[in-house]
Design a protein around this ligand. Structure first.
Ligand code: SF4
Length: 213
């Protein structure tokens, strides 16, 4: 049963179009400057059955989702849960919206991915550790070493325009509830300090953050 940090729909900052995003819980890679330290603890988050996650995906597709993004945390730290969820998601997608794509983020380098099974249904993957010393303007990537690789005809059609795309601003979404501020997306250097200042101007201050700036 996958351990999940959170999920959201519609997310427009982690892949093309309106997407269901699912953040897996747990990561042992400990990249310096990681922006998602709240996802490191494998005991954090909550268990979600594949059936629950697939229901979310089905609802998202019925609401017009263009794709699914699985991020983290480190999804490949839960290979069985990832494989089962992606297989179920691909089945629903094939029935309801054949153009919708499945994108997976992993901090592992391509050479470290020796078991193809967990990513068998991924249309595209973004691989590689976050390297704070190598900033990038490439869309959806946090550092210049990270590689966006389409893996299927659907993935190649969907992601070809984005492989070298450098938007003026990194796409980001921010949601505020009474206790938490969530962001989705891959911010560039300085974006989170800017966000902190803009929220402070609106009276929102942080006690604790998931990143170290
Ligand atoms: S950047 Fe990603 S891979 Fe690296 S420690 Fe953070 S969650 Fe893990």
């Amino acid at each position: 049963m996958p351990r999940v940090n959170r999920f959201g729909f519609p997310i427009t900052a982690l892949g093309p179009g309106r997407r269901l995003a699912v953040w897996f819980q747990g990561c042992a890679l400990a990249c310096r400057g990681c922006l998602a330290r709240d996802t490191w603890d494998p005991g954090g988050g909550a268990d979600r059955t594949v059936a629950d996650l697939t229901r979310l995906w089905t609802d998202a597709l019925r609401a017009g989702a263009d794709g699914l993004t699985v991020s983290g945390g480190e999804p490949l730290a839960q290979p069985d849960g990832l494989a089962a969820f992606l297989a179920a998601a691909a089945g629903v997608r094939d029935d309801l919206a054949p153009d919708a794509d499945l994108l997976v983020y992993t901090g592992h380098e391509p050479a470290e991915i020796t078991d193809p099974a967990p990513l068998a249904h991924a249309d595209a993957v973004i691989t590689g550790r976050y390297d704070v010393t190598r900033p990038t303007r490439l869309i959806w990537r946090g550092s210049a070493n990270q590689i966006l690789t389409p893996r299927t005809p659907r993935g190649r059609a969907r992601y070809a325009p984005y492989l070298d795309h450098e938007p003026e601003r990194a796409p980001m979404q921010v949601a505020v509830n009474d206790r938490h501020v969530w962001f989705a997306g891959v911010p560039r250097r300085g974006d989170l300090n800017r966000l902190r200042r803009e929220l402070a101007d609106r009276g929102v201050t942080f006690e604790e953050v998931s990143w170290r700036s």
